[in-house]
Design a protein around this ligand. Structure first.
Ligand SMILES: Nc1ncnc2c1ncn2[C@@H]1O[C@H](COP(=O)(O)OP(=O)(O)OP(=O)(O)O)[C@@H](O)[C@H]1O
Length: 319
């Protein structure tokens, strides 16, 4: 769907992006992750030609974007900016209507689609006539997302979409974002420097440093098979909590014993080890019944959970 081939970009004497190549499949969510200044935003902006590469090629659906009319290209790509970037003197409805108007949509179509997308993003009708400065940061971010999604583009580029938000708002918007049906069929390239966000949302992660790609892989590949010291160290401080959040009870199902008593709380095996730990911690007897697939059940305690996790972890490292 999106293909970058040996792309380079320099600004004066800074080589921001060096020989970057990757492919993003249709419907995939690729996250560009790395320290500040490693070239993530430059890479993203080259996909909608906000920045033009010095060399290399970028294609979308097999068509080289260098040969596309820039306006036409951008109309087919939703773009969520780092600092939200709403027009301050436009209402919410007017902000969202900018691209549909350029596309020649009639008033009724703009209104009905804007209302639909705002409702999906939990912004009911009364917000349409408000101005950005009358909204909270989280609400502004939702409007930014609505604006990018209103024309239902196949490709969505997102630059630190939750970066301006406090941790709690960030977490809840991320949950809504994951649950949004509209996003599930989109091809998304997203920039973040937040490791947990990357692991939570990515199908694959592209880890960058100093303009180059260090590793591209699934979250599990990055965790258990880092390609070098940089990749290993980048995740080191968060490794354990990432594993707890990423590994589901299904992943360790075969390694879980079935203790011969009933748990006083239950959890689905699709939930993570982290979720199970939280539930166990809130129970007095520390027993939890896990509802597995095909109606199987297992009762576990904290010890059984951590022992199974340790086995799983060892297996992964030696795979
Ligand atoms: N317009 C520009 N003019 C000059 N240098 C630039 C420009 N844009 C980016 N750079 C430089 O290119 C390098 C990569 O910048 P880029 O914004 O792509 O990094 P980033 O990984 O997105 O960083 P951050 O996470 O801080 O946004 C940096 O050294 C930056 O200073």
């Amino acid at each position: 769907m999106i293909k970058l081939n040996a792309v380079n970009k320099s600004f004066c004497d800074t080589q921001a992006v060096k020989d970057v190549s990757f492919e993003v499949s249709e419907g995939e969510n690729l996250i560009l992750l790395g320290t500040s200044g490693c070239g993530k935003t430059t890479t993203l902006k080259m996909i909608n030609r906000l920045i033009v590469p010095d060399s290399g090629s970028i294609s979308i659906d097999g068509k080289d974007i260098a040969n596309e009319q820039t306006e036409k290209l951008r109309r087919g790509i939703g773009y969520v900016l780092q600092n939200i970037g709403l027009f301050p003197h436009y209402t919410v409805a007017e902000n969202i209507a900018v691209v549909p108007k350029l596309l020649g949509w009639n008033k009724e179509k703009i209104k009905s689609r804007s209302t639909e997308i705002l409702e999906k993003l939990h912004l009911p009708g009364k917000y349409s006539s408000m101005f950005p400065n009358e909204l909270s940061g989280g609400q502004q971010q939702r409007v930014g997302l609505a604006r990018a999604l209103v024309t239902d583009p196949a490709v969505l580029l997102m630059d630190e979409p939750f970066g301006a938000l406090d941790n709690i708002t960030r977490l809840s918007i991320r949950k809504e974002f994951k649950a949004l049906e509209e996003l599930k069929r989109k091809t998304i390239v997203m920039v973040t420097h937040d490791i947990h966000e990357a692991f939570d949302l990515a199908d694959r992660i592209c880890l960058m440093d100093q303009g180059t790609i260090i590793q591209i892989g699934t979250p599990k590949e990055l965790l258990y098979h880092p390609v070098n010291e940089f990749a290993r160290n980048f995740l080191a401080s968060e490794r354990l909590s990432l594993e707890f959040k990423m590994i589901s009870l299904n992943d360790i199902w075969d390694l879980l014993p079935n203790l011969k008593s009933d748990g006083n709380a239950s959890i689905s095996s699709t939930e993570s080890i982290w979720d199970a730990m939280e539930k166990l911690q809130s129970q007095q007897e520390n027993k939890l019944t896990v509802n597995g697939q095909s109606n199987e059940q297992k009762t576990i305690d904290f010890n059984a959970l951590t022992t199974a996790f340790n086995h799983y972890q060892n297996n992964q490292y030696h795979e």
